[in-house]
Write a protein that binds this ligand. Structure first.
Ligand SMILES: Nc1ncnc2c1ncn2[C@@H]1O[C@H](COP(=O)(O)OP(=O)(O)OP(=O)(O)O)[C@@H](O)[C@H]1O
Length: 258
């Protein structure tokens, strides 16, 4: 039995009369790659917002390493080890790509570097930032202002900034959203590299099914806020309830084809 790193129990949130996430019991094991799929409006992003602390549930609980974190703020959760991909709004547009990542490195460094001189510290932060930029294929762009990056490059920068926080868990919300088709393989490659390092637990929301099948150890399906299925990718694809939800005309199937 894999150790469960994140666990939700009866996790529920309602907005007015609408229950966006409805009694979800789910477990994510340490170093597992788990994907969340489901039609538009199924509750995927809301579920993420509950995990990362942007939203507080109406009912139910969230545990991280067996500690209840249901009421913890987003900052506390990041400190504990749950990181969520930065949105473009968290990027300083006028700072260079390298400076943005260096600041993220610095923000998690805490007191570890206190003994070093200011200059040495700065150098170490910068070297670490360069490593992350190399991993996301942005080393060639490190000296340009973040605002001058193309959309796909900004998404790579967000991933580098998330990696720089060194959290055990990475919550990735549609990293390929809004990208041109040519940009998608690079993102897939970056995520595969992170997975292969083997030291992170990754939860991914994606509409691209080939990517889900390629990367996931486990897939959970949300439908109308409810957990419809949860299991190995091949099982999920064979699951009749999932098939009828996806293929039975209950929703726009562009998500499956994409
Ligand atoms: N703050 C909010 N206030 C009211 N309703 C909300 C709020 N956030 C989400 N919802 C509703 O909850 C439902 C789930 O939305 P959510 O964005 O989580 O779906 P999703 O599965 O991520 O969809 P998509 O694939 O389109 O991103 C939707 O009906 C949405 O309108």
């Amino acid at each position: 039995m894999l150790e469960s790193l994140i666990e939700t129990k009866d996790l529920t949130i309602s907005f007015g009369g609408h229950t966006a996430v409805d009694s979800v019991d789910v477990q994510v094991a340490r170093n597992q790659f788990k994907s969340i799929i489901g039609p538009n409006g199924a509750g995927k992003t809301t579920f993420f917002n509950l995990l990362s602390g942007q939203l507080t549930p109406t009912k139910g609980q969230i545990f991280f390493k067996n500690q209840e974190i249901t009421k913890h703020s987003p900052t506390e959760r990041t400190r504990l080890g749950i990181g969520r991909s930065f949105q473009i709004t968290n990027v300083f547009p006028n700072l260079t790509v390298l400076e943005n990542v260096r600041l993220a490195v610095q923000s998690q460094a805490g007191t570890r570097f206190q003994m070093l001189s200011h200059f040495k510290k700065y150098k170490q932060f910068e070297e670490k930032a360069e490593e992350w930029l190399e991993l996301v294929f942005l080393q060639g762009k490190k000296d340009i202002p973040a605002k001058n990056l193309a959309h796909g490059e900004k998404r790579k920068l967000e991933i580098a900034m998330l990696l720089a926080l060194n959290t055990e868990v990475l919550l990735l919300d549609e990293p390929t959203a809004g990208m041109s088709l040519e940009e998608v393989p690079a993102i897939l490659e970056i995520i595969r590299k992170i997975k292969l390092k083997g030291d992170r637990t990754i939860v991914l929301i994606e509409h691209k099914m080939d990517m889900i099948m390629d990367l996931s150890d486990s897939v959970m399906v949300l439908f109308n806020g409810r957990l419809l299925a949860d299991g190995a990718p091949e099982q999920i694809m064979k699951n009749e309830t999932v098939q009828s939800a996806y293929l039975g005309g209950l929703y726009d199937d562009s998500a499956v084809k994409a």
